[in-house]
Design a protein around this ligand. Sequence first.
Ligand code: PEP
Length: 251
Amino acid sequence: MRKPIVAGNWKMNKTVAEAQALVADIKRDLAECSGVDVVVCPPFTALAAVSEAITGSQLDLGAQNMHWEGSGAYTGEIAPPMLRELFCHYVILGHSERREYAGETDAIVNKKLKAALAANLRPIVCVGEQLADRDAGRTEAVVEQQLRGSLANCSAREWTDVVVAYEPVWAIGTGRTATPDQAQEVHAFIRSVIRDLADDSIAQTVRIQYGGSMKPANAAELISQPDIDGGLIGGAALDAASFVAIVQAAL
Ligand code: PEP
């Protein structure tokens, strides 16, 4: 049995004060949620405050990105030990917005993945096709290439900490969600690629989240698919009631 995982990606939203208010509401409403791993991923500037706010709760902390080096002359970057110091346990890697706006390639994502695992951070590795890929029948080819590049060279021990997020780019922030059947088909395919990269027992344990306009109205049907193990939530994670409702759907 894979424990569902729901993560909120707050992106470049929320000042420290706003982040504190949002996480206070989530924490209050999710006092009992041991059946789901719940992760909040605020911007770097709010990590310390949110970390303090969730101490002793069921909520876990994640970052939205990091550099692969432990320290050094990388202006504007954040290193894995800096995240660990704030009690971050997860880090989103290779989000499509990082791939598009910051030029992140699969090779870069793989370097970050290895650095995250070495620092005891659990990577949430994002993959997903553009609309043109889907229309051209290239969804599986694109996703497979991203998986093989981003997840190369993981040991069996490392795989236990990896989370994959399938996020069709055409569904992110657009209000257009993959149907449960469309999403399930790609999730099953992702699991088959993991089987090939690792082995069957690892493939059965790696959690694969769906992301792309997930909201309370569609979460239950998506998450009830056999290979969908939770959600990576963008817009709906900025509203406590919506995020909590999605977590409850996963329960
Ligand atoms: C995301 O960016 O990870 C995401 C899923 O966004 P949204 O839920 O807004 O589509």
